[in-house]
Design a protein around this ligand. Structure first.
Ligand SMILES: [Zn+2]
Length: 255
């Protein structure tokens, strides 16, 4: 019945063994596990990067079980938002959704002690390896995230609000929770999801601040990117949003 299988990727490693020189293991920093249901869906990758956003992980896995096709790249790092690396040479941490562009990862890296130049080199290398191996050839990236009550909402992207610079178009359904919204990089996805009465933000890819997030990288590569962002615990809503994206996938990415 349950056809999900889990395979650790070559870049998997929760923590580094302290006796292994870091520079010899540059790909041991991103704690990624690949979870597939059925065969991979060509050109589409699902991704969950914040380990403390459990609703997003569970709803994505549930949707994959139903679809029975596709793979989720799941970052697992001790249940925290940030990834921490600690070994004999260096100790540092970073938000895994701030490392996808060179500029972003430079400011994302918080080096606590040790060889911080090595840490920067290492992070550059693993991030590039990850992108080249798993994302650069995709046509659609489906990311899943959760926010909390006082956290991000679609209102942050309204004209005059804190994130307005990142927005080129916005659709708001006043009857829905502002914490449940899509953040997309293509007009096609915006139109599709807005027409189904969801809250949707279309990224302004010319003006968005390059903070190293995956949406910025995807826009630079002209890859269709959909972030399904829902309030923590909003299981039914996030599932409905995933179902809408499934319909979108079938419409535009059917083999
Ligand atoms: Zn997140």
């Amino acid at each position: 019945m349950l056809l999900l299988f889990v395979s650790p990727l070559p870049i998997y490693a929760g923590t580094l063994a302290s006796d292994i020189p870091v520079s010899d293991n540059p790909v041991m920093v991103l704690p990624v596990t690949q979870i597939c249901a059925g065969a991979p869906w060509p050109n589409i990758v699902w991704i969950h990067v914040h380990d403390n956003e459990e609703t997003a992980r569970q709803t994505a896995l549930h949707a994959l079980r139903q679809i029975q096709q596709g793979c989720l790249l799941d970052f697992r790092h001790e249940g925290n938002r940030e990834v921490s690396i600690q070994n004999s040479q260096v100790s540092y941490q970073f938000d895994p959704n701030r490392i996808f562009t060179p500029k972003g990862r430079q400011s994302a890296l918080k080096c606590r002690q040790g060889n911080c130049i090595l840490a920067q080199e290492q992070l550059n290398q693993v991030a590039n390896n990850f992108l080249n191996q798993y994302l650069i050839h995709t046509h659609l990236i489906v990311a899943v995230h959760n926010n909390h009550l006082n956290g991000l909402s679609v209102r942050n992207y309204m004209p005059g609000a804190s994130m307005a610079q990142a927005m080129s178009q916005i659709a708001i359904n006043p009857n829905s929770d502002a914490h449940d919204f899509f953040y997309v990089t293509t007009q096609q996805a915006f139109n599709f999801l807005a027409s189904r009465n969801f809250n949707v933000v279309l990224q302004n890819s010319q003006q968005v601040h390059d903070d190293g997030s995956l949406s910025v990288w995807a826009a630079q590569r002209q890859i269709d990117y959909i972030n399904i962002e829902a309030g923590r615990g909003h299981i039914a809503t996030q599932l409905a949003m995933l179902a809408a994206v499934w319909t979108y996938m079938q419409q535009y990415y059917q083999m």
